[in-house]
Design a binder for this molecule. Structure first.
Ligand SMILES: NC(=O)c1ccc[n+]([C@@H]2O[C@H](COP(=O)([O-])OP(=O)(O)OC[C@H]3O[C@@H](n4cnc5c(N)ncnc54)[C@H](O)[C@@H]3O)[C@@H](O)[C@H]2O)c1
Ligand SMILES: N[C@@H](CCO)C(=O)O
Ligand code: NA
Length: 434
């Protein structure tokens, strides 16, 4: 089948990321979508963009993209309210499906955009608009559709969380960290949107609509940013056992919906209190499922592109005429499953904790180290305990770097043959999960 033809408006942080991910993972994406996805035109302000756009038509006018009869899906990544609205409405008018990362656009003009899209029978997808790469819209809309949602609460601005984390952990100044967030491509074009809570309010508005089934009502959101927070408050909160996080909260009450973003004290033992840097996390509480938590990068080039491309795949799947292929059971189209082998445990790689019981003789440690190093196993750390009263043995605890299981098996066999080592070597696998 012919590839689906896509046009991108805006080749900045997210546009560049989307272009790169589509190119790099083209084969994998086609296996999931059931068709190739080809970028045929890009509207960019720069005549010579920093990406390899060979074979792609470039234009400085984004209306060329939304009016291009060849294009099936328009990806709007320019940002802002007015031009983006005009482009998206025109794309819909022209019968094109739309994917956008623009939360300002959806929160403020979404009701009108969705009505127009319905009348023209096209899709508008916007997963990247909330919490960047975290598929939280999909989780609420699809995975939690059995529930009456009670509340949603989340850290939904990456720039703000990055600033608060760096200030707290490293004592850096607000201005210094904000400048870095801008350089890293996290911040909005106007960073007051990030630090005054406007961006978080846009996102919360979208989450509340999806959670409670209400129209988008950004103008009703209570919005307070992080600019008035002081290090003194962060420290006092910490002494009381709390972290201060900038949170968006949407809660159903008997009287109506709370819709508010502001700095919030959260008990430090909560998972969400430990979400730092540019990471975002959204908790959703439903009457059947209870509390659930979604975590990941809330901003940045490729994390955001991840969500944009996933929306493209969703649209392409719906476009296929075969209902069987729309949502493949195993995520990949059945005729695209690959025959990658499943590895036996001996070929799996991890780090290891080893506990050895040794006799209290000189030179045991050197023998242990030489057995490990002969097999290319690097030691991360060693802890040797006092002689244990009862049996006169010395427990020796080692952490290794990552290595294939086969090598550890060999080493354990060799260690157990040493005359100064008693009993079995205890082995527990270590995963750093970074
Ligand atoms: N950066 C992130 O981490 C992130 C994450 C989620 C969502 N978003 C959203 O994605 C959208 C894009 O953000 P970004 O960070 O990529 O911004 P950006 O400023 O890096 O990119 C926007 C691009 O659009 C171009 N542009 C502006 N007007 C244009 C015009 N008339 N014609 C052609 N090109 C034009 C700019 O030159 C720029 O290259 C925004 O809506 C933003 O809120 C960004
Ligand atoms: N400026 C936004 C981008 C992601 O939406 C943030 O920092 O979270
Ligand atoms: Na998302």
């Amino acid at each position: 089948m012919n590839p689906v033809k896509v046009g991108i408006c805006g080749l900045g942080t997210v546009g560049g990321g989307t272009f790169n991910v589509l190119k790099r993972n083209a084969a994998e994406i086609a296996r999931r979508a059931g068709r190739g996805i080809e970028v045929v035109q890009i509207a960019s302000r720069s005549a010579k963009p920093q990406y390899d756009t060979t074979g792609v038509a470039l234009t400085s006018d984004p209306f060329d993209v939304v009016n291009n009869p060849e294009i099936d899906i328009v990806v709007e990544l320019i940002g802002g309210y007015d031009l983006a609205r005009e482009l998206v409405m025109r794309a819909i008018e022209n019968g094109k499906h739309v994917v956008t990362a623009n939360k300002a656009l959806i929160a403020v003009h979404g009701n009108e955009i969705f009505a127009h899209a319905r009348s023209k029978g096209v899709m508008v997808a916007f997963e990247a608009s909330v919490a960047g790469g975290i598929p939280v819209i999909k989780a609420i809309r699809e995975g939690l559709s059995a529930n009456r949602i009670n509340w949603v609460a989340g850290i939904i601005n990456g720039t703000g969380n990055f600033i608060l984390s760096e200030m707290r952990e490293k004592g850096r100044t607000f201005e210094d960290v904000l400048a870095e967030a801008q350089a890293l491509g996290y911040a909005e074009a106007d960073p007051t949107f990030d630090v005054e809570g406007i961006d978080a309010a846009h996102k919360l508005t979208i989450l509340a609509s999806i959670a409670f089934g209400i129209p988008l009502q950004f103008d009703k959101a209570f919005t307070e940013g992080i600019t008035k927070l002081t290090i003194a408050d962060v420290n006092y909160a910490e002494q009381l056992g709390y972290r201060i996080k900038h949170l968006g909260v949407a809660r159903r009450t008997e009287q109506g919906i709370e819709l508010r973003v502001h700095p919030t004290l959260i008990p430090e033992e909560r998972l969400i209190a430990n979400v730092n840097g540019v990471m975002n996390a959204v908790m959703v509480n439903g009457d059947a499922v209870g509390s659930t938590l979604y975590y990941g990068a809330g901003a940045g080039q490729e994390p955001t592109a991840s969500a944009v491309v996933a929306d493209l795949v969703d649209v392409v799947r719906v476009l296929t005429s075969d209902p069987q292929n729309r949502v493949p059971h195993l995520a990949f189209q059945p005729d695209s499953l690959s025959d990658l082998p499943i590895l036996p445990i001996s070929d799996c790689e991890s780090a290891y904790y080893l506990r050895i019981q040794a006799k209290d003789h000189p030179g045991v440690l050197a023998q242990v180290a030489s057995i490990l190093s002969a097999r290319g196993i690097n030691i991360e750390s060693i802890m040797q305990k006092e002689v244990e009263e009862q049996d006169g043995l010395v427990p020796m605890i080692l952490l290794t770097h990552e290595v294939k299981e086969q090598k550890i098996d060999d080493a354990i066999t060799a260690l157990q043959q040493l005359k100064d080592i008693v009993g079995e070597v205890v082995r527990i696998r270590v995963e750093y999960l970074g």
